[in-house]
Design a protein around this ligand. Structure first.
Ligand code: NDP
Length: 481
């Protein structure tokens, strides 16, 4: 079913999309294949609900966001099981990152609403922050509910209404959010759900004249298409796209921690994370020592059944994704890169499921395909550098600019390098991710920011109300020479 104007409704057509468990290679459910007609109904419902929601006092919106978060927490285990079965991420990590973190994101948005200057004065003008309107939110499969929370949370906080189109590969978790919103008492039409293909439902959303803004997370190729289509109706667009992020270890840093942290970042969610540190930049002088630590650490990474407890890696999301990732490995090795661990062959003991061996490759050429393109699988590319200037040049030498890591002996050294990196975020010595800080990229990684205050402001536009001098007190009146 689709969710439009606060009701579960049948789609216009009768097409369905099967949802597969990538570990079992078995169909576990299906969702409607929403069409342009369904998108139109949802966009009209969101538009109808817009003015009331925009005028709802923000403390009430804040309260509702907190209630949705509470409902998401309550259903966290069930949601984690759903995401484990549609995405293949092992349950323990899934519960923390994919099911509960979205609740934390909504809570963080609610908290940050206190710090927004909803109204302020500039001279005789009152500046009122207005929601940008009806938002079309289009999300990918790799952190499905997390990405939804990033968009929906910021938009609802700002006073926008939303039509959500989740990925066709992992759409089931989106229902958990709708159920939480219903439980919290979100007014009808404020949040609408259309499942379907990007080429049909996604494009209809981007083209729709009743949608004011598009918040998109996905691949750079699709992002380009979305930006192009959105330009026809001059929609405001934000883009969270791919990455090829570097982790730089400086001489003097704790090498064990740097290797462990970089491998963790790269292989998290089986390498299917936009902000993974997939290029490991190491000082050439320390290559031998670092490579032996890498071989040991990477060799310890285990694959396993996503439904089981533990910190193993699951399969990739689909057969297409597995084919793409193993092709990258094969091509890298054929063009001169060296294999350290793993490889393109199917891992032993995993005849069923889209598993790929955790792989480490050394590329002496920072411009090689494996060192430049987003692989989106468990593949770490090690690149030696000569000096810090060389490391910074290599780190900044891709068209992306999403994330980076620096491992240094002192925080000052780390900061100095971090300031030179063209990336939306930099983690010093393995610092944890902060859901209250802005997230987004430079270059082909996109534009716009999500999370925290910046993630709300993305959906706000200032309106200036100029006040008559006669109505202003003497103190506020401009001095006219
Ligand atoms: P896609 O770009 O293929 O799809 C993303 C979403 O866009 C899906 O919902 C998809 O629908 C939809 N879509 C596809 N074509 C169109 C279209 N023509 N018009 C409108 N919508 C469309 O990305 P993936 O789902 O494969 O996600 C992986 C990518 O996302 C990676 O490149 C990754 O780096 C990036 N990503 C970026 C993040 C960031 O914050 N920077 C975070 C997470 C992922 P459908 O259901 O048909 O696939």
């Amino acid at each position: 079913m689709l969710y439009i104007a606060g009701r579960w409704v049948f789609p216009h057509g009768d097409g369905v999309i099967a949802v597969e468990n990538p570990a079992a290679e078995a169909v576990i459910g299906s969702v409607p294949q929403g069409s342009a007609v369904d998108v139109d109904r949802a966009a009209l419902a969101a538009r109808d609900a817009f003015l009331d929601w925009a005028r709802t006092p923000w403390p009430r919106r804040q309260e509702l966001l907190r209630s949705i978060a509470a409902a998401l927490r309550e259903s966290g285990e069930k949601t984690a099981r759903t995401i484990t079965s549609e995405l293949g991420m092992p349950f323990d990590a899934c519960l923390a990152v994919q099911a509960l973190e979205p609740a934390s994101i909504l809570e963080a948005y609610a908290d940050e609403m206190d710090g927004i200057a909803w109204e302020h004065d500039i001279g005789w003008s009152r500046i009122v922050m207005e929601p940008v309107g009806v938002v079309g939110a289009i999300t990918p499969w790799n952190y499905p509910l997390y990405q939804i929370a990033c968009k929906v949370g910021g938009a609802l906080a700002a006073g926008c209404t939303v039509v959500l189109k989740p990925s066709e590969l992992t759409p089931l978790n989106a229902y958990a959010l709708i159920e939480a919103a219903e439980k919290a008492g979100l007014p009808p039409g404020v949040l609408n759900l259309i499942t379907g293909h990007g080429s049909e439902a996604g494009e209809a959303l981007v083209r729709h004249p009743g949608i004011d803004a598009i918040s998109f997370t996905g691949s750079t190729v699709t992002g380009r298409r979305v930006a192009e289509l959105a330009s026809v109706t001059l929609k405001r667009v934000s883009m969270e796209l791919g990455g090829k992020s570097a982790s730089i270890v400086l001489e003097g840093a704790d090498l064990d921690r740097a290797v462990a942290g970089t491998i963790r970042s790269c292989f998290r969610n089986s390498g299917q994370s936009c902000s993974s540190h997939t290029r490991f930049l190491i000082p050439r002088r320390l290559e031998g020592r670092i490579m032996s630590i890498i071989s040991g650490r990477a060799g310890e990474v285990q694959l396993g059944d996503p439904a089981a407890h533990g910190n193993h890696l699951g399969p990739l999301v689909s057969g297409i994704q597995r084919e793409r990732v193993t092709r990258y490995i094969r091509e890298a090795l054929a063009s001169g890169a060296t294999l350290v661990v793993g490889g393109a062959d199917p891992p032993t003991g995993f005849e069923r499921g889209y598993y790929v061996q955790p792989t480490v490759i050394v590329s002496l050429d920072p411009n090689a395909q494996i060192a430049q393109e987003e692989v989106f699988g468990p593949v770490l590319c090690v690149i030696p550098y000569d000096d810090v200037a060389d490391a910074v040049r290599i780190a900044n030498g891709t068209p992306y600019g999403l994330s980076a890591g620096v491992w240094s002996a002192t925080p000052e050294e780390g900061f100095e390098v971090a300031r030179l990196l063209r990336a939306g975020e930099v983690q010093l010595n393995g610092a944890p991710f902060n859901i209250r800080s802005p997230f987004g990229g430079f270059g082909l990684s996109g534009y716009g920011r999500e999370l925290g205050r910046y993630g709300i402001e993305e959906f706000l536009a200032p309106k200036a109300i100029h006040q008559s001098f006669a109505d202003l007190s003497h103190a506020d009146s401009p001095v006219i020479a």
